[in-house]
Write a protein that binds this ligand. Structure first.
Ligand SMILES: Cc1cc2nc3c(=O)[nH]c(=O)nc-3n(C[C@H](O)[C@H](O)[C@H](O)COP(=O)(O)O)c2cc1C
Length: 401
């Protein structure tokens, strides 16, 4: 009997090791479906040629002069890596967890509106890619696919639901109820959007969803003026936000949100130590350092610059993630070294979706995981959970080391 159990255990161990090896090799071998697309920026260039002006302007733009949009990408390059040599990097662990849920690598999909502008399968294609790669997908309140149909099309996957607090609290309340019913594992409350930042391309294009698409999460809860005030000038989304989002929300409203849900609340849009402290006092489960892809207040810090301040203040009390400008494996290595547990991707997913749907999103996740793994091996690191701040130095300090 004992021998039988030992044999069973050995078999189980072999199965586990095989599974891990298959996953590892999948990351290495699962190259992009096109030999011409070898990095995330290649997808952006290709997508720009595919998308129409309305979608392109909406996806690409940042707020106002786009200073922060530029900095989100450029500031990653100001952090330099201090590699360790002669380390055994024959085995590297990329696996980690988000609020207790395991993911294959610390690269997740941020909530972005309107995936169906990029591809007819929209959010479902992105979530299928996230499931295939064993990572987390966050569905936007403003998605063109409802929480229900996404959950039915992509069961058995790690999904979070992004929420805005609406003037009519019944709308937010019903969305929370649906997120719980359909198996979403956390609520991501975006705190940087009482109103929409000015995205000039959207003002010029009078950005609207085309008539065949809807913000489906509002179905059955609220009658949206579907043509979003078509006669009015400017961005339709900006008019909508002004009408629907509650501009009076404060940190005290997290207590209200926690009173209507048992799901953990993750706040997205924190950039300072003070707000990190407010968030923790309000009882959040995690913080996403984010400036909304530089689409809200131009002139705020890039997220990689803001990250250290927030991580220092949080001091390990809750998980901290970051998004904004992540485009390469070395960007991810730097974010993790500076204390983020995971990074989230916004535009890269939309561009990959425009280029080749679910496969495109799989490709960029694979690409970034592979780049992260190589960056770790070349810098003498073996576990994403063990990266520390001494792995990076800001370029302004190098001469003083
Ligand atoms: C087209 C677009 C739509 C977005 N929609 C939302 C949204 O509905 N809710 C939200 O919290 N953030 C939204 N964001 C912000 C993203 O969640 C994320 O913070 C940002 O895109 C990260 O920066 P990156 O695009 O440089 O990766 C959006 C961003 C873009 C580019």
């Amino acid at each position: 009997m004992l021998v039988y159990f030992e044999l069973q255990e050995a078999n189980f161990a072999i199965l586990c090791v095989t599974f891990i090896l298959i996953k590892e090799s999948k990351i290495i071998e699962d190259m992009s479906s096109s030999p011409q697309l070898v990095c995330v920026n290649d997808y952006e260039k290709k997508a720009i040629g595919i998308l129409d002006a309305n979608a392109r302007g909406y996806y690409q733009s940042g707020a106002d002069d786009e200073q922060t949009l530029h900095d989100n990408v450029a500031d990653f390059k100001k952090w330099r890596i201090r590699p360790k040599m002669m380390v055994d990097v024959s085995r590297v662990n990329l696996q980690t967890s988000l609020l207790g849920s395991n993911i294959a690598f610390p690269i997740c999909i941020a909530p972005t509106a309107s995936h169906k502008l990029a591809h007819p399968q929209g959010e479902i294609a992105s979530a299928l890619a996230a499931r295939a790669m064993d990572t987390c997908f966050v569905l936007s309140t403003l998605a063109t696919t409802s929480a229900q149909s996404l959950a039915e099309s992509v069961p058995n996957s790690l999904k979070w639901y992004q929420l805005y607090i609406t003037k009519n609290r019944n709308i937010a309340k019903e969305m929370v109820k649906r997120a719980e019913t359909y198996g979403y594992k956390a609520l991501v409350l975006t705190v940087d959007t009482p109103l929409l930042g000015t995205r000039r391309a959207d003002v010029r294009n009078r950005y609207r969803l085309p008539p065949h698409l809807r913000m489906e999460n509002f179905d059955g809860i609220s009658a949206l003026s579907t043509e979003l005030n078509a006669k009015k000038k400017g961005s339709g989304l900006s008019i909508f936000t002004h009408e629907f989002f509650d501009q009076s929300v404060t940190w005290a409203d997290i207590a209200w949100l926690k009173s209507i849900t048992s799901l953990p609340v993750v706040v997205k849009g924190v950039l300072t130590a003070e707000d990190a402290e407010h968030a923790i006092s309000a009882g959040v489960a995690a913080i996403i350092v984010s400036n909304h892809g530089a689409r809200q207040l131009d002139g705020v810090s890039s997220t990689i610059m803001a990250l250290s301040e927030v991580v220092r203040q949080v001091g390990g009390r809750v998980e901290v993630y970051v998004d904004g400008g992540v485009r390469t494996g070395t960007d991810i290595l730097k974010a993790l070294a500076l204390g983020a547990r995971a990074v989230f991707l916004g535009r890269p997913v939309l561009y990959a979706l425009a280029v080749s749907g679910e496969q495109g999103v799989r490709d960029i996740l694979t690409m970034l995981a592979r780049e992260l793994k190589l960056a770790m091996q070349l810098s003498g690191q073996t576990d994403v959970n063990d990266l520390s701040k001494d792995l990076v130095v800001h370029e302004s300090r190098i001469a003083r080391l």
